[in-house]
Design a protein around this ligand. Structure first.
Ligand SMILES: NC(=O)C1=CN([C@@H]2O[C@H](COP(=O)(O)OP(=O)(O)OC[C@H]3O[C@@H](n4cnc5c(N)ncnc54)[C@H](OP(=O)(O)O)[C@@H]3O)[C@@H](O)[C@H]2O)C=CC1
Ligand SMILES: N[C@@H](CCC(=O)OP(=O)(O)O)C(=O)O
Length: 444
């Protein structure tokens, strides 16, 4: 029966070339592809019904087929990626790094899909249950959210990571990736859809918006009841547009203005290793460090070490930083407020842990914040008082990643508090419903 259903599904959602980027929208005018989007959303809604009723074993089999398809289609995916890279002249270093695929990265994408498929199946899990005095049996069970939408940056791996997480948790997914990654995303979606079809499920479980203009993105976030939740991953402009224009519920996955604070009690060797990793291992990503805060008691020895160890990094510091490290430029308030996504680091010397926490409270985007300390009391205070999705003690902010945290992958890193916060995996793509079973009881 599922195979018959699958054969009826149209492949149209991945066949159209991109009409190209157009200026930012902000208007309520209807957009040309709204009908296409609505059709795609309807297909996703219909297809999700089949998946919600499927067994964890079938969903595991589906993810295995998706991983194998990615491995088999590696040549097509890399060719499509080359087309994206050739067509995008004005990419920043961070954007080029995000967009670029190679064989190892595609293999890592397949490995992530498999890793997601090895996670515990949470669909149908009973999270609570009780029996009432009148004999009614009540269970709260975990169920998929339904149709999940994602607007995301130009990272093609998000296409497969997000699809794997959504499908394994019983959801259908609608994808609106960056126009810069259109051909890569299309090749990946085609590969995933062929695997879906192969296991007898409807291809409409993964839909991709083909209108890549900003108007298209606006129409996507205005799908209303057709989408159960939208996860926007991106910078402040995207987030502001979603907050003011979206007509669907959202889980905001915003920018990462991440701090590392080096306490007076810190082990400076450990501090140097963590700082180097957090700033330089992949500077263009959201969990990279943007500002370093140093307790005044260790400022001199640490900055002398960093002067050499961070030779490739441009430092922008306050007056006390510049007195110790002559090459540091003057930091402005704006430098502390922004995400560089580059080999640039803002630095500030503080007199106390409290001053560091005050700075973080003022400038943090609520993503990831770290302390390096040998003091248990200071670590506890930092954990309690810093209001961020992830707080780290003596570890690099780069660990804030679903794969690194054992979740297989992440659909995004939520920087809001409801209904999920931090890296979002399978469980965060579910909600619960209450099932009540009786023997004819009526309310008096
Ligand atoms: N918290 C998290 O999970 C994550 C956060 N990020 C953050 O994302 C940023 C990096 O990615 P970057 O490429 O700069 O992100 P952008 O915000 O520029 O782009 C992200 C996506 O949103 C679209 N978009 C951007 N602005 C608008 C708008 N005004 N209206 C409609 N759609 C819009 C883009 O489309 P197009 O490209 O076609 O213009 C793209 O698909 C960083 O700030 C990083 O910290 C990134 C990944 C994960
Ligand atoms: N998952 C990521 C972090 C989140 C992310 O995708 O960030 P970005 O590269 O800014 O789009 C990682 O550390 O690999």
């Amino acid at each position: 029966m599922l195979n018959r259903y699958a054969r009826r599904m149209e492949r149209s959602t991945v066949d159209t070339p991109p009409p190209g980027r157009s200026p930012s929208a902000g208007t309520a005018e209807p957009v040309p592809n709204q009908v296409g989007l609505e059709t795609m959303a309807k297909e996703a809604r219909a297809a999700q019904r089949w998946l919600a009723a499927s067994s964890g074993a079938l969903r595991g089999q589906l993810l295995e087929a998706m991983a194998t398809a990615l491995e088999n289609d590696i040549t097509e995916i890399l060719l499509a990626n080359r087309r994206d890279l050739d067509g995008s002249a004005a990419l920043t270093v961070a954007q080029r790094d995000r967009l670029t695929l190679n064989a190892a990265r595609v293999e890592a994408m397949a490995a992530s899909v498999r890793e997601v498929g090895r996670q515990r199946d949470v669909v149908g899990e009973v999270v609570d249950g009780w029996v009432l005095p009148n004999g009614l049996r009540v269970r709260r069970i975990r169920v998929p959210l339904g149709v999940v939408g994602v607007i995301y940056e130009n990272r093609p791996n998000v296409t497969s990571d997000a699809s794997a997480l959504a499908l394994y948790s019983g959801n259908a997914i609608l994808l609106r990736g960056s126009s810069q990654a259109f051909y890569s995303n299309r090749a990946i979606v085609e590969s995933l859809r062929s695997a879906i079809s192969e296991v007898g499920l409807p291809e409409g479980l993964v839909g991709m918006a083909t209108e890549t203009s900003r108007e298209g993105a606006l129409a996507f976030m205005q799908l209303g009841a057709a989408m159960d939740v939208l996860i926007p991953r991106g910078g402040p402009e995207l987030i502001a547009t979603v907050r003011s224009q979206a007509t669907v519920p959202t889980i905001i996955d915003g920018d990462g203005n991440c701090h590392v604070y080096v306490d007076a009690s810190a082990d400076l060797g450990m501090a140097v290793d963590i700082i180097k990793n957090a700033k330089t291992q992949r500077p263009g990503v959201c969990n990279a460090m943007e500002t370093l805060l140093i307790h005044v008691d260790v400022a001199e020895p640490l900055l002398r070490l960093l002067d050499e160890e961070l030779a490739a990094v441009e430092l922008r510091g306050d007056e006390r930083t510049r007195q110790i490290c002559e090459r540091a430029l003057e930091a402005t308030e704006e430098d502390y407020a922004r995400e560089f996504l580059d080999l640039i680091l803002a630095v500030r010397v503080v007199d106390s842990l409290n001053e560091a926490i005050d700075h973080i409270r003022r400038f943090s985007s609520g993503h990831s914040e770290a302390i390096i300390t040998e003091s248990f009391a200071n670590a506890q205070c930092f954990e309690r008082e810093v209001d961020a999705a992830c707080v780290l003690v003596n570890a690099s902010t780069r660990f804030v990643d679903g794969g690194q945290l054992g979740m297989g992958a992440e659909i995004g890193i939520s920087t809001q508090k409801l209904h999920a916060r931090g890296p979002m995996g399978i469980e965060q793509l579910t909600t619960t419903k209450i099932v009540i079973e009786g023997e004819g009881q009526v309310r008096h």
